[in-house]
Ligand binder design. Structure first.
Ligand code: ACO
Length: 326
């Protein structure tokens, strides 16, 4: 199998910032509650004219620039999202047109907050076998569009953003070493958006019943997250033939600081080996892991030869973990 790694990366978050203080004016909550229970201080919210393909485009342009490539050279585009611009065409097809990626195959992938790692695993398989030479993988979501801003249980948790990577062949010994993907469909009822699909199509009744925004059983998702962050990281490290001592940088899904802390304890990782930006962006779903990855790169926290561990979890319920030698 060909060695495949990340050869360019970029991120984008919308300009508008929604702080905990802003939310205090919208629902019965407090900065103190949000910070102590989640670690979140603010989040970015897309402008009315911005949609997921716009956030994706800005991140993709930066990733292509970092890889020294043009859109025309791309073989494959995968956008992981649960908030596509529309049902179809896919967000990946909208992007293919805008990037001038004429020869690229393009599709969206739905695995909620695990979507980016699922997307990486999918693209890496296409590249390792030689079917394609390169791929653009994007994690992007506009959760603000499916959030009920009168529901304090969910509206304080989410933000919008996009992260993009270009994958390509890397020198022998480097690149992706292992993935661990999984799903627990039985837990799907803890986190979902019911309306607008083929079971509950949009209607006046579905709008009145608030079926077009996220429902979440926070406590159950929390328990699932803590459990799979532990099991998925252990499994993926074993598959990669690595131990937790080998991890130079841990990039967890940014949903809740307490979930990240529990994983840090289980892996015995010190803060300098963990990327945390949930305070600035909140939970951006599929964008969360790539936003954290790109920020770590921008801050010079990843060096050649480093072992990077990424883990996402979310709706489905799903999880995805990856080990990468930079
Ligand atoms: N402000 C003030 N009080 C609040 C707020 C708020 N924003 N939200 C909830 N509360 C109240 C609740 O009503 C509850 O009150 P009650 O005890 O009177 O019923 C109380 O605070 C405590 O609620 P808990 O659910 O016990 O709070 P917990 O400590 O579990 O924190 C949280 C809740 C933050 C949601 C946590 O459970 C969590 O992070 N869960 C995981 C969420 C997650 O990771 N989702 C990821 C996937 S998202 C995706 O895929 C799109």
């Amino acid at each position: 199998l060909r060695p495949v790694g990340i050869i360019g990366a970029g991120k984008y978050v919308p300009e508008k910032v929604l702080t905990n203080q802003d939310l205090e004016k919208m629902v019965d909550t407090s900065d103190e509650w949000i910070v102590s229970r989640t670690g979140i201080r603010e989040r970015h919210i897309a402008a009315p004219e911005e949609a997921t393909s716009d956030l994706s485009y800005h991140a993709a342009v930066k990733a292509l620039e970092a890889a020294g490539m043009s859109g025309e050279e791309l073989d494959l585009i995968i956008v992981a999202t649960i908030t596509p611009d529309m049902f179809f065409p896919s967000t990946a097809c909208l992007l293919q047109e805008r990037l001038g990626a004429k020869k690229a195959a393009a599709f969206d992938l739905s695995a909620a907050c695990s979507g980016f790692v699922y997307g990486l695993a999918t693209a890496v398989n296409f590249l390792q076998t030689g079917m394609y030479k390169n791929a653009l993988v994007i994690g992007a979501d506009c959760l603000s569009r499916i959030t009920d801003y009168t529901d304090r249980n969910t509206c304080v948790l989410f933000g919008d953003g996009a992260g993009a990577v270009v994958l390509g062949e890397v020198p022998e010994g480097r690149g992706f070493k292992a993935f661990d993907l999984g799903a627990e469909g039985a837990g799907g009822s803890h986190l979902y958006l019911e309306g607008g699909g083929s079971r509950v199509p949009a209607s006046l009744e579905s709008i009145e019943a608030k079926k077009h925004s996220i429902f979440m059983n926070g406590r159950e998702v929390f328990k699932f997250a803590v459990r799979v962050m532990g099991t998925a990281t252990e499994k993926v490290l074993e598959k990669a033939g690595a131990s937790k001592e080998d991890v130079d940088l841990f990039i967890p899904h940014q949903a809740n600081i307490r979930i990240i802390q529990s994983a840090m304890e289980r892996l015995s990782l010190p803060p300098e080996k963990v990327v945390i930006n949930v305070d600035k962006y909140a939970n951006t779903s599929a964008a969360s892991v790539p936003l954290a990855l790109v920020e770590a790169l921008e801050e010079g926290r990843i060096q050649e030869g480093d072992t990077v561990l990424m883990v996402g979890f979310g709706g489905g319920l799903t999880w995805g973990a990856a080990v990468l030698k930079w």
